[in-house]
Write a protein that binds this ligand. Structure first.
Ligand code: KG4
Ligand code: ZN
Length: 342
């Protein structure tokens, strides 16, 4: 079965073709980072317009790369939510328009399910059940995953998402958008013992997170510096921020593994690309004897491959999940644990 995936929930347009027999055939991505950079964050209206411009040329690219004909495509999966309403509507209307024109069934996919299953696209695939830490720009959740569509929420952020904390703290340090990679690179030049930031909810005895205080602590440190804060000062603050957030994320993963008795941990979402987090998790995995799985770096952030793949997984369970019903609605807010195998 070959599934075409369409991702447009935020600031990346992603198209991909996944074959359940041969694996990922092709994927293509356009990132809008350069366009949003001057505004310091995603401008939803600009994002929607750009998805419209990019989707069809990207589709042509993946069709060429995969060397498949339209007839070979069995279904079209698109991100139905959560995300920016206008951006989601573009992807949904393109997917449904293509479905109608090519007489193919369509299927709305949950964006976070795409992230959650993205490590299964990598060479070494984790078996079910596993604990998943979903850390993206909009979400921070610990889930127990027993199979496709079987997700139990164990804990989540009470305020800012981890990626949001990276982006907002980076902004306070005058770094560009998106802030995660920038603050992570800067932290490499800072020392750990210059500043110490709080570890929010480290001892809360549950699996929830809270990151908004961390951003406020970064703001206080920045304000306490002299008027001309130098690059080295910024690097020390970046280091303190990364140390704090990584320690909390690792501690909560360990607590989730302990609570459930599971030995497999999957990291998904944009913040999963973070080098310091990966180093700390790999160390912990060795010491505590569990296995940690990551998506390929290019599939940590938003992409079409994870949507094509999640769609294919759903269709393998239930071939009728894709429909020739081209009226669509999007779900900008959509809790992942509402998903069931249908
Ligand atoms: O999963 P994603 O591409 O989009 C959402 O679904 O939100 O995640 C984007 C988030 C942004 O907040 C970005 O700053 C963060 O992932 N991010 C990183 C890194 N790469 C991306 N955060 C920390 N370190 C990174 N290397
Ligand atoms: Zn995402």
């Amino acid at each position: 079965m070959i599934v075409l995936g369409v991702e447009s929930s935020c600031d990346e347009t992603g198209l991909a073709l996944y074959d359940t027999q041969r694996g990922l055939l092709a994927h293509a991505l356009h990132s809008q980072v350069a366009m949003h950079e001057e505004y310091g964050g995603v401008v939803p209206e600009l994002a929607s317009r750009d998805h419209i411009r990019r989707a069809i040329p990207l589709l042509e690219q993946v069709m060429d790369k995969a060397d498949v004909t339209r007839d070979a495509i069995d279904a079209i999966a698109y991100t139905q939510g959560p995300g920016l309403a206008g951006a989601l509507l573009v992807g949904a209307s393109i997917a449904c328009g293509l479905g109608l024109a090519m007489d193919k069934p369509v299927l709305g996919v949950h964006h976070l399910e795409g992230h959650l299953l993205s490590p299964l696209l990598a060479g070494e695939r984790p078996d079910f059940p596993f604990i998943a830490l979903l850390i993206s720009g909009g979400h921070t959740q610990l889930m127990r995953v027993d199979g496709v569509g079987q997700y139990a929420l164990l804990g989540e952020t009470l305020d800012d998402a981890a990626g949001e904390a990276f982006d907002k703290s980076a902004k306070l340090l005058g770094l560009g958008y998106p802030g995660g990679p920038a603050i992570s690179r800067l932290a490499e030049f800072g020392e750990s013992d210059v500043h110490r930031l709080p570890r929010p909810m480290l001892h809360s005895k549950d699996l929830n997170f809270s990151f908004s205080g961390l951003k406020t602590a970064v703001l206080t440190l920045v304000r306490n510096q002299t008027a001309n804060i130098c690059e080295q000062d910024k690097a020390h603050i970046a280091r303190a921020f990364v140390d704090a957030i990584v320690e909390v994320l690792v501690a909560k993963c360990l607590a989730a593994l302990k609570q459930t008795g599971l030995k497999r941990l999957v990291i998904a979402g944009g913040v999963g690309a973070n080098r310091q987090l990966r180093d700390a998790l790999n160390d912990a995995a060795q010491k505590k004897r569990f296995k940690v799985f990551y998506p390929e770096l290019e599939f940590c952030t938003d992409n079409g491959a994870m949507i094509a793949f999640a769609g294919a997984m759903r269709l393998q369970i239930n071939p009728d999940a894709a429909k020739r019903d081209y009226g669509f609605n999007v779900r900008p807010r959509w809790p992942l644990d509402e998903l069931r195998v249908v």
